[in-house]
Design a protein around this ligand. Structure first.
Ligand SMILES: Nc1nc2c(ncn2[C@@H]2O[C@H](COP(=O)(O)OP(=O)(O)OP(=O)(O)O)[C@@H](O)[C@H]2O)c(=O)[nH]1
Ligand SMILES: [Mg+2]
Ligand SMILES: [Zn+2]
Length: 339
């Protein structure tokens, strides 16, 4: 955001908003204290299932879920967080502390800052589909984003029931490029159940998250895996074959065969903000061996002589489409920075 001087009136408004926000947080905290004054149970471990304004649904060790108040000094609590909490007499509770996270996914908020959305995710599952059609441009963005947060990605091709053999072969050939650089790719159909057992085996440990365009069938896949509570599924827009952004918020699901999954609107669109051009290049995993070996230290990997990435693409070590994709994403980052 460009720095500009606030007028007196704007400054007054900003201060008013901040004062109100503080007052709200204090009220929530007072509620928590009041509960704590009453008889609270002993401290116990909990898992954040979902989050609403100043409260959250916390699952205790016994699997029961309680609506909990959040202390003001707690810090940002998100779905997937492990917490310490105490249950009150009326069944609600108070979250006392957040355990250290091993990973955190964020999305940009309205003020161009980053807002955390999900914690302790072990695996990012990028869902693509027959309809809406596979877009490598989008897939590459998700892959870079996953590499940047250092959470291993996995690619799922959904809706195979809509592909006849030649169409299936064509999509598989495009996905082979990703298999070749070491990304696992699995094809399945949430509708027919084909490939679901393999997916169950892949996610039966730890916490996964689905990302991907609206309408590719993320929530349908969650439901096909029989969580204890179904997720909402939306129809595609008939004319354009696009999704309608059915899922909102973030929620954690447990599966009967083991493993957890967070279905989240915020993460669905998680992307590349605040990353440097160096990080972008690093996010293309097959580029890594070649980075730093161009003739010019400040090589832009465009048409410079002695560009190692260019050479690698000529030698078939890097797919030209991926190098193209890198350049396009870099351009969009530059455009964003110039705004
Ligand atoms: N033919 C076919 N349709 C599917 C399959 N999986 C999902 N769909 C349909 O695709 C549409 C969108 O599914 P959702 O599960 O809501 O998609 P989503 O990715 O969760 O979408 P958002 O929540 O908007 O991001 C629905 O009409 C589903 O019935 C499949 O395997 N085959
Ligand atoms: Mg959904
Ligand atoms: Zn270069």
């Amino acid at each position: 955001m460009s720095k500009r001087k606030l007028t007196k009136q704007q400054a007054w408004r900003v201060e008013k908003i901040q004062t109100e926000r503080k007052a709200r947080a204090q009220r929530a905290s007072a509620q928590a204290d009041e509960l704590e004054g009453a008889d609270l149970g002993p401290e116990q471990a909990g898992l954040v299932i979902t989050r609403y304004g100043a409260s959250a649904d916390i699952e205790g060790a016994d699997g029961e879920v309680a609506r909990c108040h959040l202390r003001q000094n707690l810090g940002q609590l998100v779905t997937g967080d492990h917490v310490v909490w105490r249950v009150g007499q009326d069944g609600t509770g108070v979250v006392v502390a957040i355990e250290e996270r091993h990973s955190l996914l964020s999305r940009p908020d309205a003020y161009q800052g980053l807002k955390p959305v999900a914690a302790n995710v072990d695996r990012i599952i990028i869902v693509v589909a027959a309809v809406p059609a596979l877009s490598e441009a989008l897939l590459d963005r998700y892959l870079v984003a996953a590499e940047t947060v250092a959470i291993p990605p996995l690619i799922l091709l959904n809706k195979t029931d809509l592909l006849d053999p030649p169409a299936r072969a064509a999509v598989e050939a495009r996905l082979d490029r990703y298999r070749a650089i070491g990304y696992p790719v699995h094809a399945l159909s949430a509708l027919r159940g084909e490939g679901l057992a393999e997916l169950e085996a892949l996610i039966h440990e730890g916490c996964s998250i689905f990302v991907g365009q609206s309408g590719v069938g993320k929530s349908s896949l969650v439901n096909a895996l029989h969580p204890e509570q179904p997720a909402r599924v939306g129809e595609l827009n008939e004319q354009r074959g696009e999704g309608r952004h059915t899922t909102t918020g973030a929620r954690l699901y447990h599966f009967p065969h083991g493993g957890d999954l967070i279905d989240s609107a915020g993460i669905r669109e998680f992307g590349l903000w605040h990353i440097s051009e160096e990080e972008l290049a690093w996010g293309f995993r097959e580029f890594r061996d070649h980075l730093g070996t161009c003739r010019f230290r400040n090589c832009e990997h465009e048409a410079e002589p002695g560009c190692a990435l260019h050479r690698a693409s000529e030698e078939g070590l890097i797919a030209p489409e991926r190098l193209d994709s890198f350049r396009k994403i870099r351009l969009s980052l530059r455009e964003m920075a110039a705004r």
